[in-house]
Design a protein around this ligand. Structure first.
Ligand code: FCB
Length: 442
């Protein structure tokens, strides 16, 4: 056996989830509708007509789920807060019954020695705000900051680490450009406006957090994809892809600017739309200092000389996911080199099985997930050994759950969920992860 790879003392070993993907009961206790509820209830947009109406029933089973986390030995948990539970109209009066759910969840985590990491927004925009233009409307940035302030006030200092917006790139690219996620638009001009308004919203929420005087930490959660050329002739195309995949989201936060080459390469109306919504002091707001950067890593991108994205590495049943652990080492080293020594945490990383997998002999033998996580942890460790300040790893996901437009056809959990009975059964990977955590290494 090779010698174990040990992680730094105090390393955070967590799992990650998001509200709409696990909670169910979306309208309980006075909550308002969200764009994901609307999207899933629109025929033909989600596979098999699935919805998040029940999902993992976590809203009612959260205590059981926290006990599960504890049994796996995890010492951290990343979850998200549903804006429409806290503010059913998206703004205005706080629904204290909705906020109380997160209060109970956070208490349960703390009692069990699990550090809460709360994401303020993981895609479930209140529908009443979408009706007012959603992220295309500049006002949405301030609505988000006001919502964030209500959450900071409501949960106080019980949450030590906050994440603002999960994966703005996915909202821009998938929600507004390809249209296969809520709100389902195929409008690159709107997407350009949304790009900036999300960065602005992030910055205003950071400022709202500082205004509370709370001692906790706050930062963004970005999905980043190292861009590799397939040959020397593809180098400049890969640099451009790095701009649209990474720098477009990192630079306004960490450098107070948009990447000039990336902006210059946008088609005229898209570039004009982006430039027209950037007001004089906005980039000071977007670059309000943060305390950490959350990194979601699932795949690199490979670019051919014509600028086309090509699949070079093996994929999972999520065909957008190319499995390339070395990409994670490269990404973490690059973040340190180009964006300073900000503390990093892996906020998501994982692999799905097909939805129809049935556990044999009671346990789902998900060796593919053991291999995937082990190889990515080894890759992360290489970056730590090279001096990167990586503080934690959050496996996506704790539970099989509602995988957005894919419905329940992909199982991303370390814990198997029988969606008929809601029984939870740790997969082989969960038991393996427990042992990794126990020895603080692989
Ligand atoms: C990420 C999302 C998360 C989940 C995983 C598989 O992009 O943040 O909600 O869908 O992909």
């Amino acid at each position: 056996m090779s010698s174990p790879i040990e992680f730094p003392a105090g390393f955070l070993w967590g799992t990650a989830t998001s509200a709409h993907q696990i909670e169910g009961s979306p309208l309980a206790d006075g909550a308002g509708p969200s764009i994901w509820q609307r999207f899933a209830h629109t025929p033909h947009l989600v596979r098999d007509g699935d919805t998040g109406d029940v999902a993992c029933d976590h809203y009612r089973r959260y205590a059981e789920d926290v006990a599960l986390m504890r049994s796996l030995g995890t010492n951290a948990y990343r979850f998200s807060i549903a804006w429409a539970r806290v503010l059913p109209q998206g703004r205005g009066a706080v629904n204290s019954a909705g906020l109380a759910f997160y209060d109970r969840l956070v208490d349960e985590l703390l009692v069990n020695g699990i550090e809460p990491m709360a994401t303020l927004f993981h895609w479930d925009l209140p529908q009443p705000l979408q009706d007012l233009g959603g992220w295309e409307n500049r006002d949405c940035a301030q609505w988000f900051a006001d919502y964030a302030a209500a959450v900071f006030q409501g949960l106080g200092t019980a949450v030590p680490t906050w994440l603002t917006i999960n994966e703005p790139k996915t909202i821009v690219q998938v929600g507004y450009t390809y249209g296969s996620m809520a709100p389902g638009k195929q409008d690159p001009v709107a997407a350009a406006r949304v790009t900036h308004h999300l960065a602005l919203a992030h910055g205003l929420a950071v400022q709202a957090f500082r205004a509370t005087g709370h001692s906790g930490r706050i930062g963004p959660a970005l999905n980043l994809a190292p861009a590799y050329p397939t040959s020397d002739a593809a180098k400049s195309a890969a640099t451009l892809a790095d701009g649209t995949e990474n720098r477009l989201y990192l630079d306004p936060i960490f450098k107070g600017s948009y990447p000039a080459d990336t902006v210059a390469a946008l088609p005229d109306p898209v570039r004009a739309a982006l430039q027209s919504v950037i007001r004089p002091d906005d980039l000071k707001i977007t670059s309000s200092p943060v305390d950490l950067l959350g990194v979601n890593y699932y795949n690199p991108v490979f670019i051919d000389p014509n600028g086309r994205y090509v699949t070079v590495k093996p994929t999972s049943v999520a065909t957008w996911e190319q499995i390339y652990p070395t990409g994670l080492t490269d990404l973490l080293l690059r973040l340190k080199a180009d964006y300073g020594d900000v503390p990093l945490t892996i906020t998501e990383n994982g692999i799905p099985e097909a939805g129809d997998v049935v556990p044999a002999g009671g346990t789902d033998d998900d060796q593919l997930r053991v291999d995937y996580v082990r190889d990515h942890l080894a890759a992360a460790h290489k970056a730590i050994a090279a001096g990167v300040r990586l503080e934690g790893y959050h496996l996506w996901s704790l539970l099989d759950n509602f995988e957005w437009a894919q419905g329940y056809t992909q199982r991303w959990g370390a814990v198997y969920v029988d969606f008929t009975t809601q029984a939870r059964t740790p997969k082989r990977s969960a038991l393996w992860y427990r042992d990794v955590i126990g020895r603080n290494g692989i």
